[in-house]
Design a protein around this ligand. Structure first.
Ligand code: NAD
Length: 390
């Protein structure tokens, strides 16, 4: 893509978070970035844990940096997880960046805004990919959707692994095996992917979402929508809105029967910027048959199931509750491929606008930019920083 702006170097570090296997840019996207006017500098072995060798990056025209010092010269640093999205070391990336360097990453700025303030203090220009507007033009950059797709798929595999049952119906000489009954709560991107993956494995899949529009989407991927007669909780931008405790109590009561009849429950319910709602109480678990499995994809956001412990598996009366964290990292190759394609589209857009100049008329730029010139520029994050610490 022709551009009048200067040649910029993109630095691709090895992720700092210990368990993280993904890499922000994969070799297949290096050529597109070079065509857009970027140089790509990759830290040695940055892609290894996702299945991409240094030789593959070199073949596509990237350079390999021997270490962090060389990488630090890059104009733009692209990370998978930085700031609040790197729970092990939320301030680490910021400390290695310098004034006017550009950071593009998942930063989870609404959960914990303090690492964002530290980035602003260092005068880093930061883009948080979570804040991309869900508009058609930004679909190719939508990292959250990509990662939710991977998580929804993997959740079903974890459920199948933990379940003492097979998913498909089988007619064998040893008798007929009935198909597993799977109930998916929350039919956003992850939930819809979980429905179609469980269907592909042969399960009967029921699903529910508080947004009425989800009904048709559930059907389109082979699920059976369940109607509990509850009011819609559709909020702004096609997301769910937070409801009061009375609503969640009524929802729990309405869902108890379907949960009790399910072999597997996969929960994905989330409300942007809020703690995930508790939808399955410990009481409801005791109504499930022994051997049943709950996979709580909201574990990192506080959990949809009362018994969930993030990163752990707990057993309550023979029911296994899994609280997996960072599932996309466990499917690192394809998760990186999707992440990289998304971030490449974002970088190409920025370059088209004349990066390092920023076009604040473009809502994709405006919404994702969180720090610039020593300031936290996102009003929601500023409000969070100003709020008293609870
Ligand atoms: P999310 O991760 O914020 O939430 C997951 C799902 O949980 C949502 O479908 C939500 O409605 C549901 N939920 C919340 N509270 C619930 C409750 N109490 N009970 C049951 N379900 C509950 O959502 P997401 O996957 O990021 O998607 C949110 C919306 O954005 C969807 O409508 C999706 O189709 C849409 N979307 C649009 C685009 C685009 O146009 N570019 C891209 C991605 C997603």
């Amino acid at each position: 893509m022709p551009s009048d702006s200067p040649l910029l170097t993109i630095g691709v570090p090895k992720e700092t978070s210990g368990q993280e296997r993904r890499v922000a840019i994969v070799p297949a996207d290096v050529r597109a970035l070079k065509k857009a006017g970027f140089e790509v500098l990759v830290e040695a072995s940055a892609g290894l844990r996702a299945g991409f060798s240094d030789a593959q990056y070199l073949q596509q025209g990237a350079r390999i940096a021997s270490g962090r010092v060389e990488l630090a010269a890059a104009d733009v640093i692209v990370h998978v997880r930085a700031g609040g999205a790197d729970p092990g070391a939320p301030f680490a990336v910021g400390e290695s960046l310098r004034e006017n360097q550009i950071l593009i990453a998942l930063c989870d700025p609404l959960s914990d805004p303090r690492p964002v303030a530290a980035l602003a203090e260092r005068r880093v220009t930061t883009f948080a990919l979570e804040l991309l507007p869900r508009i058609t033009r930004a679909q190719s950059m939508d990292v959250l959707s990509s990662m939710a797709t991977v998580a929804g798929y993997k959740a079903v595999l974890l459920a199948a692994e933990a379940s003492p049952r097979m998913f498909p119906m089988m007619m064998t000489a040893a008798g007929t095996l009935t198909p597993a009954k799977v109930f998916v709560i929350g039919a956003g991107v992850a939930g819809l992917q979980a429905i179609s993956t469980a269907r592909r494995l042969g399960a009967i899949v029921y699903a529910y979402d508080v947004r009425p529009a989800a009904r048709e989407q559930i059907q389109s991927v082979g699920g059976k929508p369940v109607d509990f007669g509850l009011e819609s909780a559709e909020g702004q931008g096609g997301y769910a809105r937070a409801m009061d405790q009375d609503f969640y109590k009524r929802q729990q009561a309405a869902m108890a029967k379907v949960v009790g009849e399910s072999d597997v429950v996969i929960t994905t319910a989330a409300v942007p910027g809020k703690r995930a709602p508790v939808l399955i109480t410990t009481d409801m678990l005791t109504g499930m048959a022994p051997g049943s499995v709950v996979v709580d994809l909201a574990a990192e956001r506080g959990g949809n199931c009362e018994a969930t412990r993030p990163g752990e598996t707990v057993e309550i009366d023979g029911v296994t509750v899994l609280g997996p964290v960072n599932l996309p990292s466990t499917v690192a190759h394809h998760a990186s491929q999707m992440f990289s394609r998304n971030i490449t589209a974002f970088l190409v857009l920025l370059k088209k606008h004349g990066l390092p100049a920023l076009d604040m008329q473009d809502e994709i730029v405006r919404d994702t930019l969180i720090t610039r010139d020593g300031q936290v520029v996102n009003p929601q994050i500023r409000d969070r920083l100003a709020a008293p610490v609870s």
